[in-house]
Design a protein around this ligand. Structure first.
Ligand SMILES: Nc1ncnc2c1ncn2[C@@H]1O[C@H](COP(=O)(O)OP(=O)(O)O)[C@@H](O)[C@H]1O
Ligand SMILES: [Mg+2]
Length: 415
């Protein structure tokens, strides 16, 4: 099988690593990829937001399976273009309409309400002024969200009236403003693989979004993740499966043939699970944790989902605890780090850690920083504590100017 993977982060490095371990693959290309993905396939240049360019590339490389890593190409209609113009290639990832679950939070909330999915109370406003008028009396704290893709910067949790009233005017993308009831609980990420008809619900993962220890500081794309989640129960897994099946039924009722991953962003509240949001792709860094935990060959599932023939057997998972810690640049999440030398990966790997590249480049033959989140260090162990000890040990070998990582991944007090 000839595979093309779109993206350049830690998620794509982990997917490339897992795909390359499959006996089914014959060629792997990654566009644009990173120095980590280059270890498992050939990186190729392509504007992955240009549907025609991606279609041309899949045809030229005679790709059998296209795997779309991130949300931006999905929202740009890349999956639709390849399906339509080069049908010989199976596409893992929804079309633009399916991906609307992620690129429009207003659409997603209306979808949740229409199909009976538990979620926070909300109202959508066409303009910032209308949202502001409502926020004068809305109960606090209150959550204000932008409608479009905002790379994690589109949500404000306002604790005071003053914060609430300015939030609608500072949304990073234009358009509707969603105002939501503030939920209290513990967050978990659940990914669902689907071919549009059937689905498999993957094990829950938990991540740490904030930059500093103790869940403080600005929100980021994610500073660490782990699985299994200590408090997760068969009851919570069953509730997630109900949500997944209802979501799939809703998509079918809307006439959407959704093939790929649906991410359920969940808040476990005192009154059960509430759905915070959908994403239309694997999360980063949760994907890396799941790829390490996955015992089954991934390719039959990716290819099966893409072809509408998801294998009926559930995926198999190692019993190990898997933990991931992100090493980011000093300016993250505001400013990317560029061109600073990275050392110690080989030593960390010799100590047993897996190191995925998230924001790196090669310059004059040396590995350098190239992004916000630079590296992911991943380890497994019989317990979460053991997995974390190993990951933190691996991090000790790694160094680049400005490097920052959280010291408390997986160590939330309430387990
Ligand atoms: N209704 C809510 N109540 C409490 N916290 C929320 C609520 N909605 C979102 N959040 C918090 O804000 C974060 C980001 O919101 P989310 O809807 O996941 O948007 P995105 O991931 O696109 O930034 C969530 O991970 C959660 O921590
Ligand atoms: Mg989110």
């Amino acid at each position: 099988m000839r595979v093309l993977l779109l993206g350049s982060g830690g998620r794509e490095h982990a997917l490339a690593w897992k795909i390359a371990a499959s006996p089914l693959f014959t060629a792997l290309y990654i566009a644009p990829g990173n120095p980590g993905t280059a270890l498992f396939g050939e990186n190729v240049e392509c504007d992955i937001l240009d549907p025609a360019a991606v279609t041309e590339l899949t045809r030229r490389l005679q790709i059998d399976l296209l795997v779309v890593g991130g949300e931006a190409p999905l929202a740009a209609g890349v999956a639709d273009a390849v399906r339509y113009d080069y049908p010989a290639c199976a596409v893992f990832g929804p079309g633009k309409v399916g991906a609307e679950l992620e690129w429009s939070k207003a659409y997603a909330k209306d979808f949740m309400q229409k199909y009976g999915l538990p979620t926070a109370e909300y109202r959508c406003f066409a303009t910032a002024a209308e949202a502001r008028a409502y926020l004068i009396t809305a109960p606090l704290p209150v959550v204000v969200k932008a409608d479009g893709l905002a790379q994690g910067k589109g949500v404000v949790i306002a604790k005071t009236r003053a914060e609430a009233l300015v939030a609608p005017d500072h949304m990073p993308v234009e358009g509707q403003v969603i105002v939501e009831e503030y939920l209290v609980g513990r967050e978990a990420s659940v990914f669902v693989l689907t071919d549009g008809q059937r689905c498999h619900v993957l094990p829950a993962t938990e991540d740490h979004k904030q930059l500093y220890d103790g869940d403080t500081g600005p929100n980021t794309g994610g500073m660490g993740a782990y699985s299994p989640v200590a408090y997760w129960s068969t009851k919570l897994q069953a509730e997630s499966e109900t949500i997944a099946l209802r979501t799939l039924a809703g998509l079918k009722a809307e006439g959407v043939d959704y093939r790929g991953v649906i991410f359920l962003g969940l808040m476990v509240t005192a009154s059960g699970i509430k759905l915070l949001e959908f994403n239309a792709r694997f999360g980063d860094p949760e994907c890396q944790v799941l790829m390490v935990k996955l015992a089954s060959d991934i390719l039959p599932y990716l290819h099966g989902a893409a072809r509408g023939e998801l294998p009926p057997d559930p995926l198999e998972w190692s019993q190990a605890h898997v933990a991931l810690v992100v090493a980011c640049g000093g300016g993250y999440p505001e400013a990317p780090s560029r061109g600073l030398p990275i050392t110690g990966i080989a030593e960390a790997e010799a100590a047993g850690s897996l190191v995925f590249h998230a924001g790196t480049a090669v310059s004059d033959g040396r590995l350098v920083t190239n992004g916000g989140r630079i590296l992911n260090v991943v380890d497994s162990g019989e317990t979460l504590a053991l997995a974390l000890d190993k990951a933190y040990n691996g991090l000790k070998f790694i160094s680049f100017p400005g490097m920052h990582y959280r010291r408390d991944i997986g160590r939330r007090k309430d387990g």
